[in-house]
Design a protein around this ligand. Structure first.
Ligand SMILES: N[C@@H](CCC(=O)N[C@@H](CS)C(=O)NCC(=O)O)C(=O)O
Length: 333
């Protein structure tokens, strides 16, 4: 992490805990907004005006929080409006690194940084905190606008319509309460729940987290069992994006590495089908890179000191979608 703008070598990702061993997540520090006209954001945040070519998104493909901003960028047709850099998925001694891991985008095009923490110190030479992805960067002012993925999703949802033309809202007003309730349930029980299980430092903290993970999955399985395509009906909303990024990592990483092993997603009838359906959508499937996910998670030294990346599990049920076959055909073969 950075302390007063200097990289500190005691690199222990995600290890902050409370007195009972419960994982505690750091809060994000850059919280400005982008709006169509530069007027303040929804809660009065300082905002810049939407423009083509001015903003840049730093991500990697391992991170679920970064993945949700990439999906939103694609769903909202922002690929030619907001550029991106993909960092390597494997943690280095200095955190996230620019490089040539297959699928990463190589050297930094913006400030010539070698590691993500340099982006943070260009923005704030005395920054203290973790140098996390995603980062929304302002090329003109050479500063970070926002490093909280929940905000970046909303910025992409509402900030650029004058440039891209209208696209379906990810928070339609008629469904807002439902979406916010789902988002909360998903964050506590699932998105952050798997991390609480994986980084628990006591049995009680782990037991509590794993119970929350599987009761959330049970609730969502029940919700989808009435045959709806997405969480709130026929259209994709923000909650689907939030749910997907953890679902698609679950069998590949969380089940094993984070000890969330009561059941795999592919064993759930409705959740398995829902995951396939989302994966089939280019905004989801094309921003998902299982090789980066496995390489990244299994490089977390605190959880996997040998660094060995397991061969399995067989995720053929997702690949089958890519080749247009039905999952059952491929598992029967
Ligand atoms: N609140 C942030 C959390 C992002 C986050 O935790 N990113 C992780 C990768 S999945 C990261 O960059 N960690 C590096 C670190 O904690 O030092 C968000 O949702 O944008």
């Amino acid at each position: 992490m950075l302390k007063n703008g200097k990289w500190s070598a005691d690199w222990h990702p995600y290890q902050k805990s409370d007195t009972t061993g419960r994982f505690v997540r750091q809060v994000s520090s850059f919280r400005s907004w982008i709006t169509p006209d530069g007027k303040p954001g929804p809660e009065g945040q300082t905002a810049l005006k939407a423009e083509t070519g001015r903003y840049h998104l730093y991500v990697n493909y391992i991170c679920p929080w970064a993945n949700r901003t990439l999906i939103t960028r694609k769903l909202k047709k922002l690929e030619s409006v907001v550029s991106t850099s993909v960092l390597e998925p494997v943690l280095s001694k200095e955190g996230w690194r620019f490089g040539n891991f297959p699928g990463a985008s190589g050297a930094d095009t913006e400030v010539g940084a070698r590691h993500l923490h340099e982006i943070y110190t260009v923005a704030d030479p005395f920054f203290t905190g973790r140098a996390s992805v995603p980062v929304l960067w302002d090329k003109r002012e050479r500063t970070i606008i926002n490093n909280e993925s929940a905000d970046i999703m909303q910025i992409f949802d509402t900030g650029f319509e004058q440039i891209t033309g209208e696209t379906p809202s990810l928070r339609p007003v008629s469904k807002l309460d439902e979406i916010l309730a789902l988002n909360k349930r998903l964050y506590d029980g699932f998105n952050n729940g798997v991390y609480r299980a994986g980084f628990a430092k006591s049995q009680v903290a782990y037991d509590e987290a794993v119970e929350a993970v599987f009761s959330t999955l049970g609730f969502m399985e029940e919700l989808l069992s009435d045959g709806r395509s997405y969480l709130t009906g026929k259209e994709i909303v923000e909650s689907d994006i939030r749910f997907y990024v953890t679902l698609v990592r679950f069998d590949a990483a969380y089940a094993d590495l984070f000890k969330c092993n009561l059941k795999m997603i592919r064993e759930y009838e409705f959740l398995g089908a829902y995951l396939e359906r989302l994966y089939e959508h280019p905004a989801f499937g094309e921003t998902t890179h299982i090789d980066h996910i496995k390489a990244g998670y299994y490089s977390i030294d605190a959880l996997n000191p040998s660094g060995i990346v397991p061969a399995g599990p067989d995720l053929g049920f997702l690949k089958a979608v890519m080749s247009g076959q039905h999952a059952l055909e491929s598992s029967a073969a």
